[in-house]
Design a protein around this ligand. Structure first.
Ligand code: ADP
Length: 475
């Protein structure tokens, strides 16, 4: 772990194993932190808070720029580590490192623009000054699916704003978090500004984060179930809360879209990170006039996707994170099959040769999916694309909105009016229009309803870490 600029063991001395999800091999051991370790990390962050908040924003920006550059310099090594620990293919890991680093650059730039205002008053003898201050100590809990960029998406804005931090990465990916800490240490961040607690048992650490009054903000990315509980605990302490949670993204192919282009987009998007992304399309609504061309295009493309260990050349889809993830996908596919879905490709575990030791599931298309199937309602987090055929253009937006989630949505159309109506009608925070990657450090990322609270990235990402102060001056 990393507390107050020192590498430390857990107070108990306990450790836990980290395994490669593609091979089952143990690739490392990390400290198994507990409540007292979390408190020690908060002590360090609280002690460092005043000096860091008082460090000029230009100096904070310079450190973030250095961290950005170091992360790019180390991109190949970080990508290799990520593939070994998390499973995604090397090219995808490298893309994530670059995406993750970009949050450091963006927020380094934003740090220089933490501005205030000079406001008018109804009183002739009064002036108002509005300024911003960092919210204080931030506790961050992050998931395993994007083990580097989910950290930097929180670290960039928090550190730019002048907050100090305590990080707790997911049990499956603590090594990536340690490597990110190395970057920040080597960049020259002062002791206590960023702290890392690793643990195999997140609940006691989460309880300390949400229960310690010195923590002024909780930022969480993970499942809706856990986020809801943590947000509730944090709220009772009046901590600020950002929670980026699950999704159930619709992908709508309108009759005026090019079905071949849409199918290519779906094939490229759905299987990224083996479908383990909160913005992965989970319900593909294809108009019945486009359905045949869509299926005829996507099925052969998916058949050709190479599944395997992410370090092997040409592999496009790696393992799922663990056995429970494979079992969930399998159960959804079997439920859909039993209720009448066709499975033109995939629909099985991959256990050929050495892959039997990992957690692999074949890229899968389900056709003729209907609303009585579990996959129609539940987030999958796996490499399965369920195709739903629809015929009524007027009600497809309503069908897409019929979920408690509201994170990402995708539409394919060649008609501007249809696109605009879809953007206005869809109750989702992120919408791709003929676009499979509507995300960037420059724009806010986040969702509505059960997909969470708050936004990361863009200008709003920084505002999440700033308090507003007003001073009235009597003349
Ligand atoms: P996923 O289904 O993606 O694993 P989780 O919500 O379980 O999502 O995990 C996301 C993050 O939340 C991880 O860092 C995990 O350790 C953490 N987490 C899980 N349960 C708790 C809890 N009760 N208290 C605090 N953190 C938790």
């Amino acid at each position: 772990m990393y507390i107050n600029g020192e590498r430390v063991s857990a107070a108990s001395g306990d450790t836990f194993e980290v395994t490669n999800p593609a091979t089952g091999e143990v690739i490392g051991r990390v400290p198994d932190g507990a409540a007292s370790d979390a408190t020690a990390a908060i002590d360090a962050a609280a002690d460092a808070a005043t000096a860091w908040a008082g460090t000029p924003p230009f100096a904070r920006a310079d450190l973030l720029h250095t961290a950005w550059q170091l992360m790019l310099d180390r991109a190949d090594d970080l990508a290799g580590l990520m593939t070994t620990e998390q499973g995604k293919p090397l090219r995808a890991s490298k893309a994530e490192v670059i995406y993750g680093a970009d949050f450091l650059r963006w927020f380094a730039e934003e740090a220089r623009r933490i501005e205030g205002a000079w406001l008018t008053s109804g009183r002739a003898d009064q002036r108002f000054l509005q300024t911003h201050a960092p919210v204080g100590v931030v506790a961050a809990i992050t998931p395993w699916n994007y083990p580097i960029s989910m950290l930097t998406r929180k670290m960039g804005p928090a550190l730019a704003a002048g907050c100090t931090m305590v990080l707790k990465p997911a049990e499956a990916t603590p090594l990536c978090a340690q490597a990110v800490i190395d970057v920040f240490e080597d960049a020259g961040f002062p002791p206590g500004v960023v702290n890392l607690v690793t643990t195999g048992d997140p609940k006691p650490v989460g309880d300390v984060f949400t229960g310690d009054p010195r923590v002024r903000k909780l930022t969480f990315t993970g499942s809706t179930a856990v986020g809801r509980v943590l947000a509730g605990k944090a709220a009772s302490n009046l901590q600020r809360v950002s929670v980026e949670l699950g999704g159930h993204a619709p992908f709508i192919v309108f009759p005026d879209a090019d079905p071949v282009h849409a199918a290519k987009g779906a094939a490229a998007l759905k299987f990224l990170n083996s479908g383990q992304a909160c913005i992965s399309p989970n319900r593909l609504y294809v108009h019945d006039s486009a359905q045949q061309a869509f299926i005829d295009t996507i099925v052969p493309r998916v058949e050709k996707i190479s599944v395997g260990v992410g370090t092997t050349d040409g592999v496009k889809v790696g393992p799922l994170i663990n056995e429970a993830a494979v079992a969930k996908v399998e159960a959804q596919v079997e439920d859909a099959r039993a209720k009448g879905a066709a499975v033109p490709v995939g629909g099985r575990r991959v256990t050929d040769g050495d892959l039997a030791a990992g957690h692999f599931y074949a890229p899968t298309i389900l056709n003729n999916v209907t609303d009585d199937m579990a996959i129609y309602r539940e987030e999958t987090f796996g490499p399965v694309a369920p195709v739903i055929t629809y015929d009524d253009v007027d009600t497809v937006i309503e069908a897409a909105n019929d979920t408690n989630y509201g994170l990402a949505a995708y539409v394919y159309t060649s008609d501007l009016k249809t696109a605009m109506r879809a953007v206005e009608g869809l109750k989702f925070g992120i919408i791709g229009v003929n676009d499979v990657n509507p995300t960037s450090a420059t724009v806010p990322f986040g969702g509505m309803n059960d997909s969470g609270l708050g936004r990361e990235g863009g200008h709003e990402g920084l505002a999440e870490y700033l308090e507003t102060k007003v001073a009235g001056f009597a003349l």
